[in-house]
Write a protein that binds this ligand. Structure first.
Ligand SMILES: Cc1ncc(COP(=O)(O)O)c(C=O)c1O
Length: 427
């Protein structure tokens, strides 16, 4: 008799990750230019810096042994202190201003773990998270697992639209669901998937708006500020974080990572949490792994302290700024004949360009454009995956393009192939 495996309801309602089939495709067919992968530039990964730091961490017998031992669930205290000091420098406040935040800083296995833990700590089935339209599609997975409702709210070229967010809250109140709204999830810096940043003059308004609706709802609605691309700004200073307007830790959760600016293979991220969330998150992290790789934490602490990290980020920004320019210029050139029907973003940082086609063009895996692109040997992420399912079915006419992985020649060729596929599809 063949016995079935009865999966949990949470597993059963979770869809397979979108990107894994695209990664498999790119690996199986190396002739394809992948504008789909969210990986980082391979050539600039910090091998030498990391080798030196690893040798130093292990060079001293007692320190080496400490690094190879388990650490604590919250993470290395010296590293947490450095992170908070860097927040002070970034926001131009006197040293020590954010000292209290050190014990509210939790080191995690990538920021992916942090945002997962936030979902786990806050959400029951039926609870609501307001997300940007479009948003980081990977976060929609944990929301699905928790049985939470992801409700989208529009953005424009300056990020989250506050008038629309107000309308979204209003609509949820009218349907009697305000008591279920727990979280607003935003990516205010060089967002994945659009490359768009939240305008400075909207930042205070966003906090005020969410605080006002928290009062109306009668419970705290948190803002999850996912700034995974912090540090990768090309040619303009980084805006102050939303968190810097709430350093006492009431409602903003700041999530950051060393994946994009240093190494995704190290998989080290962190969250600076409101005080009410520190213990719940640590309890849950205890269930996950009771601590992120201690060795990686010591290594990253070292490269932050000796300046190697900052020097690396400076070099990396030059590499990505150049890739962004090469890619956007190639798009401008090859899409010129159809530019009245296609739009795209020019990001000031991060790794992504968001392209929009006429509304009747389906960019999905089963649509005409994707198969045309396979014939042309280029792939992208269909935009529909970046839209939460509510309040209306996701639009299907967008594409997420990443310039992180391909080299400059491949970016030009990828843009050429994509333009050809789009031209043929539009007829
Ligand atoms: C917006 C955003 N948040 C979080 C992550 C997770 O990154 P990691 O877990 O490597 O820190 C990513 C990775 O692509 C991302 O794009």
């Amino acid at each position: 008799m063949t016995l079935s495996t009865p999966l949990s309801a949470a597993t059963a309602r979770t869809s397979a990750p979108t990107i894994s089939s695209l990664m498999k495709l790119a690996l199986e067919r190396p002739e394809i230019v992948s504008l789909a992968a969210g990986f980082v530039d391979q050539q600039s990964l910090p091998v030498e810096i990391s080798a030196r730091a690893a040798a130093q961490v292990l060079g001293d017998e007692p320190a080496g042994k400490a690094a190879l031992q388990y650490g604590t669930t919250i993470g290395d205290e010296a590293l947490r202190a450095i992170i908070v000091e860097r927040l002070e420098v970034q926001h131009g406040v006197p040293p020590g201003t954010y000292r209290q935040a050190v014990n509210r800083t939790v080191l995690t296995t990538g920021s992916a773990q942090l945002i997962y833990l936030i979902g786990e700590a806050l959400l029951d089935p039926g609870d609501i998270v307001i997300v940007e339209s479009p948003t980081y599609f990977v976060f929609l997975g944990p929301l699905e697992t928790r049985g939470a409702r992801a409700v989208r709210t529009p953005i424009d070229g300056d990020g989250l639209r506050l008038d629309e967010l107000e309308r979204t809250f209003e609509r949820l109140r009218e349907e009697g669901s305000l008591d279920r709204v727990k979280l607003v999830y935003t990516i205010p810096e060089h967002a994945n998937p659009t490359g768009i940043s939240l305008a400075i003059d909207r930042r205070k308004g966003l906090l005020d708006l969410v605080r006002r609706w928290s009062e109306t709802a009668g419970h705290r609605i948190h803002i999850l500020e996912d700034s995974a691309y912090h540090g990768l700004s090309y040619g303009r200073p980084e805006a102050d974080s939303l968190w810097s307007r709430d350093p006492e830790g009431e409602s903003v959760i700041l999530a950051r990572t060393f994946s994009k600016t240093f190494s995704p293979g190290m998989k080290l991220g962190y969250g600076v949490l409101p005080k009410d969330l520190v213990d719940p998150v640590l309890t849950l992290k205890g269930n996950h792994d009771f601590g992120t790789s201690n060795f990686v934490q010591k290594l990253v602490r070292l490269v932050l302290a000796n300046g190697d990290y900052d020097r690396h980020v400076e070099r990396l920004k030059t590499v990505y700024a150049r890739k962004r320019d090469v890619f956007v210029e190639a798009i401008e050139r090859y899409f010129e004949p159809i530019r009245d029907r296609v739009t795209w973003t020019k990001p000031s940082g991060g790794l992504y360009v968001w392209m929009s086609l006429p509304e009747d063009v389906d960019t999905g895996f089963d649509g005409p454009l994707f198969s045309r692109c396979l014939a042309e040997r280029v792939i992208y992420v269909p935009g529909e995956y970046a839209f939460a399912p509510e309040p209306t079915p996701p639009p299907k006419h967008h594409l997420r393009l990443s310039f992180g992985v391909p080299d400059e020649a491949a970016l030009v060729e990828g843009a050429r192939r994509l333009a050809e596929a789009v031209r043929v599809t539009l007829g």
